[in-house]
Write a protein that binds this ligand. Structure first.
Ligand code: GZL
Length: 322
């Protein structure tokens, strides 16, 4: 209840433009509901959050791994409310299904910060702010690169095997939209098949292996994260299909974790689209603004780039933090 009163005071002070500072000696208690540990990206994201919200930095972090189940995120948020945390940070597994639980957090007077993927709620006052990638731009970047790559090869028609991430997650919805928009604009492009592979290497492998048994006429693999790409590459190796810079199949991959950039440097992945997981400092900055009685931007995006196998250098990899 103490926290709720503090939040109401801060909200009131905020409305009259005053600053509200928690007791400087008290740790700021943050409840963080994480999706799971499905990918290299997620591991790096969790590390960034746990390293940032340390006691040394003035925080007490209560961390929950939802193991890719939304119900576990509901349970974690209710636990955070019971423990009267100062802030709830949610990395939502999918976009929908959050109105009820976020209303409970709002009624408890606990600010909610959305990180990474987004939520689709009827009332956006249910969360204070969100920080993540512009996933539609990521998808569009990949599509623009494919258009120019095909043009440089004097090739127009392609058949695309599309490996999708967790269905209904913002990253899947928007990367898919980026591709499908480009396919609609390029009549000679065909999506031969789309499969949900849940961002895991195992599913990327199994789905690609099974698909190639019945159809090897694929020119592009559009894989919505690096781990699924690694699985698809293993399946193509087994099927005797060449890929990458000098191969028959173009591989487009998202996240750009170090192991994928290494494959890109070797010429095995044609394009790595960066999706930066280092959200710890970004979320901390949002909390510090709120602690100082400021109201952060509702949505902040992360600057990201792409890596092309024909231009990537060793030092691009050495400078990477994940
Ligand atoms: C993107 C993130 C996605 C990554 C996957 O921000 O939500 O989830 O692309 C991860 O690697 O599993």
């Amino acid at each position: 209840m103490k926290k709720a009163i503090a939040f109401l005071i801060s909200a009131a002070l905020l409305l009259c433009g005053c600053a509200f500072h928690a007791d400087e000696d008290e740790l700021i208690v943050v409840g963080f509901s994480q999706v799971g540990s499905e990918s290299s990206w997620r591991i790096a994201n969790t590390r960034s959050m746990t390293e940032t919200f340390s006691e040394q930095n003035g925080f007490e972090l209560i961390y929950d791994d939802a193991k890719n189940k939304q119900q576990n995120q509901y349970d974690a948020i209710r636990e955070f409310i019971q423990q009267e945390v100062d802030y709830i940070v949610l990395a939502p597994i999918t976009e929908t299904g959050w109105d009820g639980i976020l209303t409970e957090a709002k009624n408890a007077g606990i600010p909610v910060i959305i990180v990474d993927r987004s939520v689709s709620v009827a009332d956006d006052s249910l969360y204070t702010c969100k920080v993540g990638s512009d996933f539609l731009e990521e998808g569009a970047k990949a599509a623009r690169w494919l258009e120019s790559e095909l043009e440089s090869r004097g090739k127009k028609d392609v058949r695309i095997l599309h490996l999708q991430g967790t269905r209904g997650s913002t990253s899947q919805l928007m990367r898919t939209k980026g591709l499908e928009t480009a396919v609609a604009a390029n009549p000679d492009w065909e999506i031969a098949a789309q499969f949900e592979c849940d961002y895991t290497e195992a599913m990327g492998y199994e789905v690609t292996r099974d698909y190639l048994e019945k159809d090897k006429n694929i020119n592009v693999i559009f894989s919505e994260n690096d781990n699924m790409s690694f699985g698809a590459m293993r399946a193509m190796d087994e099927a005797g299909i060449t890929y990458g810079k000098d191969g028959d199949v173009i591989v487009i991959s998202f996240d750009a974790v170090r192991s994928a950039l290494t494959e890109c440097l070797k010429g095995n992945i044609n394009l790595c689209v960066e999706c930066n997981p280092l959200h710890g400092p970004r979320v901390r900055s949002l909390i510090e603004q709120l602690e100082n009685g400021e109201l952060p931007q509702k949505q902040s995006f992360v600057e990201e780039t792409v890596f092309d196998c024909s231009t990537i250098k060793q030092e691009d990899i050495e400078n990477r933090a994940y």
